[in-house]
Design a binder for this molecule. Structure first.
Ligand code: ADP
Ligand code: ZN
Ligand code: MG
Length: 653
């Protein structure tokens, strides 16, 4: 039984370092990087772009605007001819162009300067107008001795026309090719590989992390060793026809070493390690995340055997919305793609997906189905021994003097995670440097711990000393009651290490699985055990707390069920009182108002009676309660055998 004590629940416990970006050791490449690079290059190319535009504008003024064309009325056009202002006329269908220079004059001027000089060109006036059907026009031209012809003007007109057509085309092609080269860099798949990660995902065989670098999570390590074995000797498993789980979900509070464990698996198995964080998939554009998932799996399959590690999978894996509204299309598409990809390969492809989360409760159920993340590994906060070992690892390279006692430090660091401890070791070293010392002393560690704990207490992640004492007595109350009660299963573990997901401490009993059959005395034993926590608090502190809220509601539920479902009450012996049939609004009772009153009063009576009994038993064994609780405060965890030995000389009922 896991007696959840809901003194503190909720989001304060989780997600503390969700946003903290960890530095990757060289050699591990996050697949999410390339898009950021795209952004940088894009800004760079913007200047290119601007340059081209300016160039175009320049050409335009040079060749198109410089001819100083004045559009005038036909009337005026004729007048200018008469005044010899126009000496040459070009006829283009119904359009007339009049020039103030003859061809010879123009060529002569050009040859003189030997260049087509803009200023010279400007010295030539050009007039344009639209022709009317005027039979006197040609005679007028002949009469005034004006050159006229119907051919289109040569240079610079041709050049400018050419440029005005060609230049935009060239620019367009340039942009087009630039975009394509960006899109296609991944695998030459053009537009479709737009989201491909460009960074070489170095199939890094060695993450430089070994299992020996991870301490205090031995049970989790044991489970992951099997994964390593599979990656090392896939043949052994396929020969026998066995299947290894495709997906392993690491679940645990922040900073307990989930990421570290995944790296250790890769390091031990010496296989490529593709690492991506859930947030890397979530992009602004719909479809990008899904494409990245596809790409990730494609590359992984090429490099198999290998490990895909999706850190903080809750970013994409959270439960899909039920209704159409308020959904996040992009994330859901990404999640769907992930599910499809996971279904799309079998264990023979030797790709193992490891994911980590500190919020398993919000994950979509589809992710946890067999064939996906069907194996869950709990990565819990370390106990005392674990903390000593973790401190050992993180102080390996720190010069410490003889005053340092790691065990003592670990003792005062109850409830802290591996990451917190690593932090403390570093902080202690910094304190020593600040004090101008060459070695770190115990005092530094104590200061570092105080700092860290004060910070964490503010975030209410760990218990104050008085709360710890309360939890210790509460849990001992459960355990001792279970021991004294006939029907209750034996205690296998008592712990006051907060579990991160709401429980402040817990008492574990065997058998933990659901029972198919429970006798009346076993039910009563379970109820007693549930009430034991609060009874112990009342006995020791003469005051009860909210810590037993969950216990109380489970105990009263059970009593109510005994009366209504199991027919175990005095008055309605062997009669069920089906509480609600879910027909109609609010359901309907199938028993009388009187029966309802009986149920309520009988529930209260039984709970009170059991509670008084439990309190009495504990009072008789108060010394034992004290002894065990004090031991629990020191050791934090008491296993079943130790508990049995301690509880042996209990005063029987
Ligand atoms: P999580 O992924 O569970 O949030 P990390 O694996 O990122 O935690 O841990 C962060 C750092 O804390 C690690 O790089 C390591 O230095 C330290 N650490 C955490 N847990 C352990 C552990 N069990 N043993 C050794 N070091 C640990
Ligand atoms: Zn409890
Ligand atoms: Mg992590």
């Amino acid at each position: 039984m896991d007696n959840k004590d809901d003194l503190e629940q909720g989001p304060t416990l989780i997600g503390k370092d969700n946003k903290k970006k960890q530095k990757d050791p060289p050699g591990i490449h996050n697949i999410g990087d390339p898009i950021m690079r795209f952004g940088k290059r894009f800004r760079f190319s913007f200047w290119y772009f601007l340059f081209i535009i300016l160039l175009l504008l320049g050409f335009n003024t040079l060749f198109l605007q410089n001819r100083n064309v004045t559009t005038i009325d036909y009337n005026q056009f004729k007048e200018l001819i008469a005044q010899d202002q126009i000496v040459r006329v070009q006829i283009q269908d119904d359009k007339l162009l009049g020039y103030s220079l003859t061809k010879e004059e123009l060529i002569q001027q050009t040859q003189e300067t030997n260049t087509i000089d803009t200023s010279q060109l400007l010295s030539m006036n050009t007039y344009s107008t639209y022709a009317v059907d005027d039979p006197t026009f040609i005679p007028l031209l002949d009469e005034s001795g004006v050159e006229y012809y119907a051919a289109p003007e040569q240079s610079p007109g041709l050049l400018s026309t050419l440029l005005s057509y060609l230049l935009p085309m060239v620019i367009f092609i340039f942009i087009w090719r630039y975009l394509f080269s960006k899109m296609g860099q991944g695998g030459g798949q053009g537009v479709l590989s737009f989201n491909q990660n460009k960074a070489k995902i170095v199939a890094e065989g060695d993450t430089n992390v070994r299992f020996s670098d991870v301490k205090g999570v031995d049970e989790s390590k044991l489970e992951l060793e099997e994964v390593v074995d599979f990656l090392k000797h896939p043949q052994r498993y396929s020969d026998i026809g066995g299947k290894i789980p495709k997906g392993v979900l690491l679940v645990g509070p922040p900073g307990t070493g989930k990421t570290l464990l995944a790296k250790a698996v890769a390091g031990e198995a010496k296989v490529p390690f593709f690492r991506m964080s859930g947030a890397d998939f979530v992009e602004m554009f719909v479809g990008v995340g899904a494409a990245r998932v596809r790409d990730l799996f494609r590359q992984a399959k090429e490099k198999s055997p290998c490990i895909i590690f999706i850190d903080e999978i809750d970013a994409i894996g959270r439960t899909r919305s039920q209704g159409g509204l308020g959904g996040n299309d992009e994330r859901e598409q990404t999640l769907n793609q992930l599910l499809v990809e996971m279904d799309g390969f079998d264990s023979s492809s030797k790709v193992i997906i490891i994911a980590a989360t500190n919020r398993p409760e919000i994950l979509d159920q589809a992710l946890l189905r067999p064939g996906r993340f069907d194996r869950q590994v709990l990565v819990d906060k370390p106990d005392l021994e674990g903390r000593v070992a973790i401190l050992g690892i993180h102080t390996k390279n720190i010069k410490m003097d003889s005053t340092v006692d790691l065990r003592k430090i670990a003792q005062s660091a109850a409830g802290l995670s591996g990451a917190d401890l690593a932090n403390i070791a570093n902080e202690a070293a910094l304190l020593a440097v600040r004090a101008n010392r060459k070695t770190v002393c115990q005092q530094d560690f104590e200061e570092a711990i105080e700092k860290s704990i004060a910070g964490l207490q503010r975030k209410s992640r760990i218990l104050s000393e008085s709360e710890r004492i309360k939890v210790a007595y509460h849990e001992t109350g459960h355990a001792l009651t279970a021991y004294m009660t006939q029907g209750a299963p034996p205690v296998s573990k008592i712990s006051i290490i907060p579990r991160g997901f709401g429980a402040l401490g817990y008492t574990l009993q065997y058998p933990t699985e659901d029972r198919f059959l429970m006798s009346e005395s076993e039910l009563l034993g379970t109820i007693d055990t549930l009430l034991g926590g609060r009874a112990s608090e009342e006995l020791i502190f003469s005051e009860i707390s909210t810590g037993a809220g969950n216990d109380i509601s489970r105990a009263s539920d059970l009593v109510r069920k005994m009366i209504t479902e199991y027919g175990m009450s005095e008055k309605y012996r062997n009669i069920t009182l089906p509480s609600t049939t879910n027909q109609g609004f609010g359901g309907s009772r199938e028993y009388s108002e009187e029966a309802q009153q009986y149920i309520d009063s009988e529930t209260a009576r039984i709970v009170n009676e059991r509670y008084r009994l439990v309190l009495e038993h504990l009072r008789k064994n108060r010394d034992l309660l004290e002894t065990i609780a004090q031991k629990l405060l020191v050791d934090e965890v008491i296993d079943g055998d130790t508990f049995k030995t301690l509880a042996q000389n209990v005063t029987p009922q």
